[in-house]
Design a binder for this molecule. Structure first.
Ligand SMILES: [Ca+2]
Ligand SMILES: [Ca+2]
Ligand SMILES: [Ca+2]
Length: 184
């Protein structure tokens, strides 16, 4: 009799479990979608509830906004002849190898306080957890160029996938906003 009762309970449990919504108590994070009790995660996320991050295989910089730059060279003008404003170009440096991964075109005589964007970029970085930096130079055609400032960053921060983020040279005034996309 005991065995019969147990058997009945087991069959009932099976019957009821097959009827109930398997996703009822499943909380999929990061826009994951529950299917038959299992979270299906969007690109970049993993784990039972999609809370895990997948390291991207590539981060692509699509735009760089120049938010601010040093107005003077320690109190002196960046240039001493013809036009005193700096002639700005950027270099992306792979800090591990010191290789220049990308160089922008030059923006002549940019007045202090000017904000501008370099868009339409497709700068692909595959060592996404490495350290990179952006060097800003004042182009001086006849002599060595003046290094204006350097700001470091890591393409993938390890905690989220922001579409854009700000980097600075540590002064909290001089900075860029990088617009990026991720691939996995
Ligand atoms: Ca100069
Ligand atoms: Ca100039
Ligand atoms: Ca110059």
């Amino acid at each position: 009799m005991k065995q019969l009762l147990f058997g009945f309970m087991a069959v009932s449990a099976l019957f009821f479990s097959s009827c109930k919504d398997k996703c009822k108590d499943v909380d999929c994070k990061n826009n994951g979608v529950c299917n038959e009790g299992v979270c299906e995660c969007p690109a970049g996320f993993s784990g039972d509830d999609c809370s895990g991050l997948v390291t991207p295989t590539k981060v692509t910089i699509t735009q760089i906004d120049i938010i601010d730059f040093p107005g003077t060279d320690g109190g002196s003008n960046w240039d001493v002849v013809i036009d005193t404003d700096p002639d700005i170009y950027l270099e992306l440096i792979d800090d591990g190898t010191s290789n220049v991964a990308w160089t922008s075109s030059t923006f002549d005589n940019v007045a202090d306080g000017t904000q501008f964007s370099i868009n339409g970029l497709s700068i692909e970085i595959t060592n996404v957890s490495d350290s990179y930096s952006i060097k800003m130079w004042d182009d001086d055609a006849t002599s060595g160029d003046d290094l204006m400032t350097t700001a470091g960053f890591t393409p993938f921060n390890g905690i989220s996938f922001p579409a854009s983020f700000t980097i600075t040279d540590g002064s909290l005034e001089i900075g860029y906003r990088l617009h990026v996309t991720y691939q996995w």
